[in-house]
Design a protein around this ligand. Sequence first.
Ligand SMILES: Nc1ncnc2c1ncn2[C@@H]1O[C@H](COP(=O)(O)OP(=O)(O)OP(=O)(O)O)[C@@H](O)[C@H]1O
Ligand SMILES: O=C(O)c1ccc[n+]([C@@H]2O[C@H](COP(=O)([O-])O)[C@@H](O)[C@H]2O)c1
Length: 210
Amino acid sequence: MEPITSSKTAGRKVRLGVMGGTFDPIHHGHLVAASEVAAKFGLDEVVFVPTGQPWQKQHKQVSPSEHRYLMTVVATASNPRFTVSRVDIDRPGVTYTIDTLRDLREQRPEAELFFITGADALEQIMSWKDVDELWGLAHFVGVTRPGHELPDLGRQDVSLLEIPALAISSTDCRNRVRDHQPVWYLVPDGVVQHIAKHKLYLETSDAENA
Ligand SMILES: Nc1ncnc2c1ncn2[C@@H]1O[C@H](COP(=O)(O)OP(=O)(O)OP(=O)(O)O)[C@@H](O)[C@H]1O
Ligand SMILES: O=C(O)c1ccc[n+]([C@@H]2O[C@H](COP(=O)([O-])O)[C@@H](O)[C@H]2O)c1
């Protein structure tokens, strides 16, 4: 996808949001988080980056990356400022944000990066690979999420943002599909259809989602 350029960005760096996630499946909580941060921080674009192999979810069954990538493309297609990157799913091995940000900086040297993360992921950030080097690569924006405290890391390069509370999780969506409950309006319509067409999540077990 070509970078978004316009007369609005002439003479200044493109402000690029980075929304990383397993997206198994992508849901409206992810989309609202990206949209709210884009509005608050004046982002020109938000690139959604589905993880390859999320190392902190290795105890869980994660759907094939091509399904997660396609659902992310379908979910973001209608928003001209949303794009999707394959950097993490095309890189062999487990996914680390340090690699995500280095690759995106190489691909998009004109951009200033804003990494978007929910409160639960921000709580874990000190356990991420090479965390001390992460801070120099992007500004981090932590958003509120029901059921999680937004931690104050006491850093100037981390902003905290309250967003409309959507108590939606991918785990709950997978369990609902398995239990033949609707996921309409929790995920975009095209994602409901992708899940049904490819019979995703019918075999998901409680143990896998524990
Ligand atoms: N409802 C939500 N509100 C705000 N942020 C969210 C919400 N759901 C997910 N996020 C954030 O989006 C990013 C990607 O999340 P992820 O793909 O793991 O979704 P999830 O719903 O947490 O999945 P799972 O239930 O499988 O763990 C993380 O930073 C997470 O904190
Ligand atoms: O870099 C790490 O060590 C690291 C550990 C856990 C999660 N992350 C990133 O955090 C984002 C949300 O991850 P997840 O597992 O909640 O979908 C996603 O971009 C992951 O690659 C990154």
